[in-house]
Write a protein of this length. Structure first.
Length: 101
């Protein structure tokens, strides 16, 4: 992403650009029809911005993820925001389940 994001997360928050979901169809009207409704999987995306980390016992705890990491995160553990027509997710680092190598 060549353009700098105009959103800076606070604390242990992370901004993620969601990956395209496999098996979903998006109709021209914008309605998304999932392949299966009963199979819920974690979501995946790319880290766009990282907060400074949270404070514990008066010290800043460093973040484990960095910009550019591809991460898997809890499907219901994020807030959706739209900036300049692009959809992003803001989530706590604790909602990230892993980093894809």
């Amino acid at each position: 992403m060549a353009k700098k994001l105009s959103l800076k997360p606070l604390g242990d928050r992370v901004v993620v650009s969601p990956a395209e979901k496999e098996g979903e169809k998006k109709l021209a009207s914008g309605i998304i029809i999932p392949e299966t409704v009963d199979k819920e999987r974690p979501a995946q995306g790319t880290v766009i911005a990282v907060g400074p980390g949270k404070h514990e016992d008066g010290k800043r705890v460093p973040m484990q993820v960095k910009v550019g990491d591809t991460v898997i995160f809890s499907k219901y553990g994020y807030d959706e925001v739209k900036i300049e027509g692009q959809e992003y997710y803001i989530l706590a680092e604790s909602n990230i389940l892993g980093i894809v190598n």
